[in-house]
Structures are given as C-alpha cells and as structure tokens.
Design a protein around this ligand. Structure first.
Ligand SMILES: C[S@@+](CC[C@H](N)C(=O)[O-])C[C@H]1O[C@@H](n2cnc3c(N)ncnc32)[C@H](O)[C@@H]1O
Length: 296
C-alpha cells in the first residue's frame, strides 16, 4: 500500500483480470490466498446499502467518540459513499480508502480523500500509530478466514494511541425470533447454501468473534451491538417497518449479487434453480407477516 504522499504507481495487472459468470463480471485474484470478487464500474447496490445503513444508524457516520479526526482509513471502501461523506464532513481530515476493485471509485472525490487499490488479505504497509479511526465494514466476504487475526492486528497497529476502530458485519444467516421463517422458506434455503458455499474460505460468523479479536489485539474499550437488518416490513414501530419496507424491494438484487458465483460455481446449482430461489425469496420479503432479518 502507498501513502497519499507517495507517487501514483501503475495498477498491478493482477487487479485487472476478470471472469464473467452468468452475465456478471468478477475480479480474479491469483494471489495467496486466491479469491474471486464481484466487481463493477460503479456499484448502485453499494450506494443503496449506504442509504440503508444511514437510516439504520440514524445518519451517524462515526460511532466512537472522536471529535476532530485527522486521519481516517476505510478498508474495502466499495462505492466510497461513506468515505466521501466523512471527507466532506471533516474537510481538515485526510481520508484514505482501500479496495481491491479498481473500478468502484466515483470520478469526483473531495480533495482530502485518496482511494487506493490493494488487497487487504496482505499485510498493511501503512505506518504504525497513524490513524485516528479505521473503519472495516462488510468485509466478511472479502477477508480470508485465516487472515482475520492478523487483519485485526494490522488495523490496531496503524491506529494512533487512543485511536478507534469501527467494524460492521452482516451475519448472512437469516433469523426469525418468532419462528415465522422455517427451513422450507427460500430466504432460509438461500442462507444455508450461501454459508455452505463460503465456509472453507470465508468466516461469515466473524461479527460474533470481533470483540474477542479486538481485545486480543490489545484494544481496551470494546463495545459491541447487534442490530436487526429487517428484510421485510415486519417491525412493530414505524421506523423499523419503513426500513424493512425499503429493503424488501431490493432483496432479490442483494441475494443474487452475493450468491450467484458461490451457489452456481461452488455448489453447482443450475442458473434456473438459482433464479427461482432468489425470486421466491423476493416474494417472501414482500410478506410483512414473516419476521426475517440479518443480524448486523
Ligand atoms: C460489501 S462491499 C462493502 C463496501 C463498503 N465497506 C460499505 O460498507 O459500503 C465489500 C467491499 O470490499 C472490497 N473487498 C473485498 N475483499 C477485499 C480485499 N481482500 N481487499 C480489499 N478490498 C476488498 C470489495 O471490492 C467491496 O468493494
């Protein structure tokens, strides 16, 4: 990785190789460990996800008690919506985003934002004691399961003394605490197969392990919270219902983009069965009597 002060270097060819699967373009990384990442020129889905997060988080971008951050790192910046908003809200702060996908970045970014292409499965080369805040949001499908302990240690190493880490992960195992989702529902079948297709390379339960990893890496004040991400409009209160309602229309897109490669290529599901599964899941998400959510 390079710092914003260093010169721009030509993009390594390894980040440009792609493969197309059922009409969707994936990025091939033949590194150690090898991986396949979905990529696109600009991800509308990730922009939509940022809007969902902003509603769930009541428009808060930064949770730790940081008043005037000077340096912020966003690991796996995606469409860079969060990094852009942080750079705009703190114009004196130097914001750096790192992502493996070279085509995700918006064309116009604030002058205090630098977007870099690199693989977070490799050790960080940022200096120690450098950032006031490091965010890592939705990286469970990108970080290799054996890399997590050193990834968290790398994040902690580059923090200034007194710096903070903000980590957010979705546990893609659809939950229903009132029993309305059964093993027969498409939403649950999608989850079960998606988790199975990823289990030998990714740790999709990482959200539940982050507290102990952060503590083991030397952090002292660690606070964790589980928030339900409603997939349909089941909420008792208007706010949760509204979020579920907004999400329910996009479920097919989300489940399709996450699972197309893992289910059709790793579990050898036919594309017809895959499409039927996500269409059925979409129908279920329209039913507010089904209490379905991903824990966040
Ligand atoms: C689900 S998106 C989340 C984007 C953003 N953090 C957000 O919350 O909106 C995951 C992002 O991490 C990137 N990513 C996945 N694996 C990565 C890796 N090994 N190194 C760097 N970026 C990675 C992907 O390209 C993608 O942009």
């Amino acid at each position: 990785m390079t710092s914003p002060d260093s010169q721009t270097v030509e993009l390594d060819r390894e980040f440009l190789d792609t493969v197309t699967v059922h009409g969707r373009e994936y990025q091939k990384i033949f590194h150690r460990p090898p991986g396949i990442f979905w990529t696109s020129r600009r991800s509308q889905r990730l922009d939509e996800e940022q809007r969902v997060f902003q509603r769930i988080f009541d428009d808060r971008l930064i949770f730790p008690p940081i008043r005037r951050p000077q340096r912020v790192l966003d690991c796996g910046h995606g469409s860079a919506s969060w990094a852009v908003e942080v750079a705009e809200q703190y114009p004196d702060c130097q914001v750096i985003g790192v992502d493996i996908a070279p085509h995700m970045s918006p064309d116009d970014v604030p002058e205090n934002l630098w977007l870099q292409v690199d693989n977070l499965n490799r050790n960080f080369t940022f200096p120690a004691n450098h950032f006031d805040l490091v965010q890592s949001r939705l990286l469970a499908t990108g970080i290799h399961h054996s890399r997590w302990p050193t990834y968290v240690r790398d994040i902690v190493r580059v923090l200034k003394p007194g710096g903070w880490v903000q980590m957010i992960e979705i546990y893609f195992n659809v939950q229903s605490d009132n029993g309305s989702i059964t093993d027969e529902h498409a939403l649950r079948r999608w989850s079960t197969q998606y988790m199975r297709a990823q289990e030998d390379r990714k740790d999709l339960r990482i959200g539940t392990r982050l507290r102990s990893m952060l503590t083991s890496a030397g952090l002292t004040e660690v606070d964790t919270k589980m928030i339900p991400l409603p997939l349909s409009a089941w909420g008792n209160d208007q706010r949760t219902r509204d979020i579920g309602q907004a999400n329910s229309g996009n479920i097919q897109k989300l489940l399709r983009s996450l699972a197309l490669y893992p289910l059709t290529k790793r579990l050898h599901m036919s594309i017809e069965n895959f499409d039927t599964l996500v269409e059925q899941a979409q129908e279920e998400a329209k039913d507010p009597s089904l209490k379905a959510y991903f824990p966040l």
